[in-house]
Design a protein around this ligand. Structure first.
Ligand SMILES: O=C(O)C(=O)C[C@]1(C(=O)O)C=C[C@@H](O)C=C1
Length: 113
């Protein structure tokens, strides 16, 4: 917890905890909505890639994303290793979705032949 969010002394720790948890709940909700939007975009990327025979993963793009996020994390005083692990976790799931879309497109193309 950052020192500025918690004064040295508080009169009512239970209320302080409740208030902090309220903010945590708002942040968690925002994270879910942002992740849902990100996955909506990556589903479209997955369909585009499958349609044009592009590979699901793009390691060069990932390297650039990791470098950018690590820098952003440092600026935001977030652990860059954690930021990288989080991005890699999300991207692994995206690649899984891309592969599933490509497989189902291939199956559909096979049925039409
Ligand atoms: O940008 C792409 O090519 C994507 O498929 C999206 C994305 C990502 O989730 O950001 C996922 C897989 C790629 O390896 C790189 C990036």
């Amino acid at each position: 917890m950052t020192p500025d969010l918690l004064p040295e002394q508080e009169d009512d720790p239970v209320s302080t905890l409740e208030a902090l948890r309220g903010s945590i709940d708002n942040i968690d909700a925002a994270l879910i909505h942002m992740l849902a939007e990100r996955f909506r975009c990556t589903q479209a990327v997955g369909r585009l890639k499958a349609r044009h025979g592009m590979p699901p993963a793009d390691p060069n793009r990932e390297s650039r994303q990791v470098a950018r996020l690590r820098e952003l994390a440092r600026e935001a005083r977030l652990d860059p290793d954690f930021a990288e692990k989080f991005l890699s976790f999300v991207i692994r799931e995206v690649i899984r979705h891309h592969e599933a879309i490509a497989r189902s497109d291939e199956q559909q193309a096979g049925r039409k032949e």
